[in-house]
Design a protein around this ligand. Structure first.
Ligand code: NAP
Length: 342
């Protein structure tokens, strides 16, 4: 298609709240500014974190006001180079974590933030690595620095980050348990962990001596029971609060849960707790972000990891995809592939 005929298509949030506040609209094609490239989007993940952003419960996007474009991550093919960009060519495949703006057919990106993506990688699988797998990788190797043989509990083990924690945790040689709904027990076992049915079993009774590390993106009970199930000197890495979102808790309550984690370290028993944020870690250690994402792309290319894409969806299915994310029960990621026919 001649460039003059190209139009953009975007998933825009019109008002904070439910999925009906989203709309898919045509928009002018963005132009790459100085130091930027424009990409044709090949894949952009839909995440539970998008639910938080849509409901105005996400600290990093608190200052944004609708309308703005959704889309946390992007795999794209460069179709325009802005002034001053070197080292990239038209047709190169690249990735970035953008927090917003990537559920679109085209978008511009800062060239100095891009990570290269090998042409042979499946774009939808590669997209799952940018938020969910990076979070899991950095939780394991940057935040907790897990050691071979440690006993580790993953809350929400069938979720996007949870699955990645299990697969990467297995590669790291740790012993894993994972909480999930009963229907996902076989999946958790297949990924190398001992399943714990969160609707029927009490995970605090599973290991009488306690876990070395607990990863918790759910915050059931404000992380209290995850902390209680640690062994002496154990570590709780919290990274999400899905249970609070589902229970319609307000932002100050959830921020209080996070603040409290840092007070618990003063309790007797030597246990520690902290909150991991992918954005905070990227801001503090941009080189780690690039290094870790390149490592994950390498693991994907070699077949060492197999991310599960539950479904590749078109623009028309985005509203329904948000409903499915919120309802739970998914066993893989939903990825927007703008090239898919409606
Ligand atoms: N801090 C960061 O940098 C960062 C990065 C990525 C994600 N996050 C956050 O981390 C959380 C998880 O993200 P995700 O993308 O993995 O979400 P997800 O794909 O929705 O996975 C969450 C999983 O938790 C399960 N679950 C729900 N309630 C549970 C409970 N009480 N006990 C155990 N499991 C339960 C869900 O199971 P069902 O299907 O049975 O409901 C689902 O499998 C989200 O809140 C997200 O915003 C934070």
């Amino acid at each position: 298609m001649p460039a003059s005929e190209l139009r953009n298509r975007i998933v825009q949030i019109r008002r904070f709240g439910g999925p009906d506040g989203l709309e898919v609209v045509d928009a002018p094609l963005p132009m790459a500014g100085r130091g930027e490239v424009r990409v044709r989007v090949l894949a952009s993940g839909l995440e539970y974190t998008d639910v938080l952003i849509r409901r105005h419960l996400y600290p990093q996007t608190m200052r944004l006001r609708p309308p703005f474009v959704m889309g946390y991550d992007v795999i794209g093919e460069i179709d325009q180079l802005g002034d001053g960009v070197s080292g990239f060519q038209l047709g190169d495949r690249v990735a970035d974590m953008t927090v917003v703006g990537s559920n679109a057919a085209y978008r511009t990106l800062r060239a100095d933030r891009l990570v290269r993506v090998a042409a042979g990688l499946d774009p939808a699988e590669a997209a799952t690595l940018i938020l969910s797998w990076m979070t899991a990788y950095q939780l394991l190797h940057r935040a907790a620095r897990v050691q071979r043989g440690q006993r580790v509990l993953v809350q929400g083990a069938a979720g996007a980050v949870g699955q990645a924690l299990l697969m990467l945790g297995k590669l790291a040689g740790i012993e894993l348990w994972g909480t999930a709904r009963g229907a996902h027990a076989a999946l958790v076992r297949e990924l190398g962990a001992t399943p714990i049915d969160y609707q029927r079993e009490d995970f605090t009774l599973v290991l009488p001596d306690g876990f070395d590390v607990v990863f918790d993106g759910i915050a059931e009970d404000g992380y209290r029971r995850s902390f209680a199930t640690l062994k002496r000197n154990g570590l709780l890495c919290a990274y999400g609060y899905s249970a609070g979102v589902q229970a319609q808790r307000r932002m100050p309550a959830m921020l209080m849960w996070i603040a409290r984690l840092y007070l618990w370290r003063w309790l007797p028993g030597g246990k520690r707790a902290g909150f991991y944020s992918i954005n905070v870690m990227r801001a503090r250690h941009p080189a780690w972000f690039r290094e870790d994402l390149e490592r994950l792309f390498g693991l994907l290319a070699s077949g060492a990891i197999q991310p599960r894409v539950a479904e590749r969806i078109s623009f028309d299915e985005v509203g329904e995809a948000h409903r499915r994310l919120e309802a739970g029960g998914l066993d893989g990621k939903l990825v927007l592939c703008p090239d898919l026919p409606p």
